[in-house]
Design a protein around this ligand. Sequence first.
Ligand code: 5GP
Length: 119
Amino acid sequence: LFETYDDDNIFAKIIRGEIPSVKLYETDSVLSFMDAFPQSPGHCLVIHKQSTATNLFDVPTDALAEIITTTQKIAAAVKDSLKPDGIRIMQFNGAPAGQTVFHLHFHIIPMYTEQSIGK
Ligand code: 5GP
């Protein structure tokens, strides 16, 4: 039902350095980088570099723990630097759910109220 992992997906290419990305944070196991088509200013992504999970159901819990603790860390940095009014964490499983890149990733999407924009 769900997509199988394909080494040619865009995020695998980003991990291998075959296509450029704006990196925020990187360790041996995780990577956070800016979304190329941001839904709001500061929209970024967190992925695991070794796990070949396409979605939440494939990922080993130790890799998931690394992804979610990194998501917390980067979201905290986004909160302190961009001072958004709220932060959405999103994660899609399967094309019918809106997933377009089949390498497990978490979105960090800062949200801004109309009142706060431009202040
Ligand atoms: P999904 O819908 O699969 O959860 O999200 C995939 C995300 O990857 C989208 O927000 C999309 O804008 C982003 N994206 C697609 N292609 C690229 C790319 O080449 N570089 C980066 N940094 N992000 C991308």
